[in-house]
Structure formats: C-alpha cells, structure tokens
Design a protein around this ligand. Structure first.
Ligand code: AMP
Ligand code: ZN
Length: 299
C-alpha cells in the first residue's frame, strides 16, 4: 500500500534522508508554509507582538532549569562534540574504523536542541526586569527537535513551530488564548480545512507523568486544534493553546511592575502539519487547489 508519506516523496514535496521523521522539503512545500505564515502575520500582525527568532538550539543551563528532563526526557535532544586532544583523536578514528560506538567519548556542549519555540523566551524576558502591568506579547518561530521517530509524516523529529506567547495577568493571558482558538478555527476554515478543538495533555513521561497529564486535562490547561491528516478517527494536532498559569512566571522570576508573578500562555502552530493537512485535503499539486484557498494563501 502506498502511504501518504510515499506519495509526498514521489511528488517531490519531501525528501527521504534515511531517518524516520527527518526530511528535506521542496520549494513548493516551503512556499505553502511561507504563505500560511503570511496568513498568521495578517491575523496577529496588529496585536503589537515583539518578534524574536532564536536558533534551533538553546542554552543547556536554561533547558535544565526549565524542568524538561523531569517531564519529557524521552523527547529531548542534546548536542555533543569531540573535545579531546590529538591522542583522543587517534583513538576516535580507530574506533570508527573498527565500527565500534565512537559517540561514547563525545562530550555535552552548552547547547541542547530547542524542544518548543517558547523555551528560550522566558529566561530572556525575565532578564529584562518586571513587565508592564499591561503585559507583553511575543512572536516566535523555530525549528524544534523531539526524539519521536515515526513513519507518520505528521510526526517529525525536526519541525517548525510558530508561536505567540503572552505574559500578564490571568485574565489577560486566558483571553489571549481564547482569541487564538477563535482565530485559529477561522483561519483553518478560510483555507478549507475541517477542524475540531479538544482538551489535550502533553506526553509526560512515566507513571508520575500520567498524573500530571490528568491534572493538565482536568484544569483545561491545554487545548488542541485537530485536523484529519493520516487518520480520520485520530485527527492530528495542528495547533495547541497552552495556559501555564504562573508556573513559568514563578520558575523564571517573571513579574509585572506591581510585583505580581506573571501568568503566561502560548499558542503554537505546527507549520509542517498545517502544510501536510493542506496537501492531504486539497491534493499534492497546489495549482489544483480550490480557488478560494489559493486566494487566501497567495492573494
Ligand atoms: P506542543 O508543544 O506539543 O503542543 O506542540 C505544538 C505544535 O507543534 C503541535 O500542535 C503540533 O502542531 C506541532 N508538533 C508537535 N510535535 C510535532 C512533531 N513531532 N512533528 C510535527 N509537528 C509537531
Ligand atoms: Zn510554547
């Protein structure tokens, strides 16, 4: 049976690398992402968000402090390098020649791969000092890494997340999250995609993680916008809407200028997933997409 992934390779939209979840993208694929990002810009552009672009690696110390290894050790990716002398180099080459595991001698660098676009933001903003009482809004985009190899093209190991992050009072950031749930639904409808919004949880690791996941659901802290891509029974999360309460505010010392701890929320667009949803629903050739969809994306 030819899968959707095979069809994407055959159409030249994605390129195989030999690793599940790691793909090259064609110009046509990237053009869809660029067009959808312009739709995001038109939708959120007048909100006055400060745009920041971090590279796909972040400060390991910030990553450690974030608690990511407590919650999602299975997904994390670290950057290791050769840090030895000439003698170590000789043994490295010998080891590689013998086809033994040469990676054991690699040492951790100060960089880890970014797991979600907003992770580098909180410590960066905390360093500036208290936020205005009116709050703050940021516009981010980053390649993110998650170690979850899969042959589902919608589950990649390196993919892009566009995010808006809001910091302020509880009502400010929960209003922001609701606004983007409405906007996200309207945007997907404008590009001809069927959507459903549902409560969700993050994939917390282990038995203790089950409790954290249940707690997150019970408190409606995470919602996802779902679109069928590779399965109709289990539609794929193409956006997520996360309310962190004051967890990041407390962790990073984010305060408002009246001294209150900031609440935060973030809204993430899974850019590859949205492109894949468009290809799945409208066909692999953008020239044959419905005129109304083309009009929304390319004007
Ligand atoms: P999350 O932080 O898990 O809510 O992720 C934010 C958004 O990124 C999700 O709603 C997805 O659209 C997208 N996303 C998450 N994991 C992956 C993945 N493995 N491959 C592609 N997109 C992903
Ligand atoms: Zn986020």
């Amino acid at each position: 049976m030819t899968t959707f992934l095979d069809r994407l390779f055959d159409a030249g939209l994605l390129f195989e690398t030999g690793v599940d979840g790691l793909y090259g993208r064609s110009g046509a694929f990237e053009d869809v992402i660029a067009a959808f990002e312009r739709l995001i810009d038109r939708t959120g552009g007048t909100d006055g968000a400060e745009a920041i672009r971090f590279p796909p690696g972040m400060n390991r110390a910030f990553f450690e402090k974030s608690g990511y290894m407590k919650s999602f050790p299975q997904l994390a990716g670290t950057v290791h390098s050769f840090c030895g002398n000439e003698l170590d180099h000789i043994s490295l080459l010998k080891c590689m020649d013998a086809e033994e595991d040469w990676t054991k001698e690699q040492k951790a660098t100060d960089i880890v791969l970014t797991p979600a676009a907003c992770y580098p933001l909180y410590p960066t903003i905390a360093k500036r000092g208290p936020l205005p009482a009116t709050g703050a809004l940021f516009d981010l985009q980053s390649y993110c890494f998650r170690h979850e190899p899969s042959t589902d093209p919608a589950r990649q190991q390196l993919f892009r997340m566009r995010e808006y992050v809001c910091m302020g009072t509880e009502s400010h950031v929960t209003d922001f999250r609701q606004l983007w749930m409405d906007r996200g639904t309207a945007m997907m409808q404008a590009v001809g995609l069927p959507v459903e919004i549902d409560v969700a949880n993050d994939p917390f690791f282990g038995r203790a993680g089950k409790m954290l996941a249940n707690n997150q659901r019970d408190q409606n802290l995470k919602f996802e916008l779902l679109i069928p891509i590779t399965s109709t029974e289990k539609p794929t999360a193409c956006m997520s809407f996360n309310y962190h309460q004051d967890a990041f505010g407390t962790k990073w010392g984010l305060t408002l200028d009246n001294g209150a701890v900031a609440h935060t929320a973030c809204v993430g667009f899974g850019l590859e997933r949205i492109a894949l949803a468009l290809f799945h629903h409208h066909g692999l050739d953008v020239k044959t997409w419905p005129e109304a969809v083309r009009q929304t994306l390319w004007g």
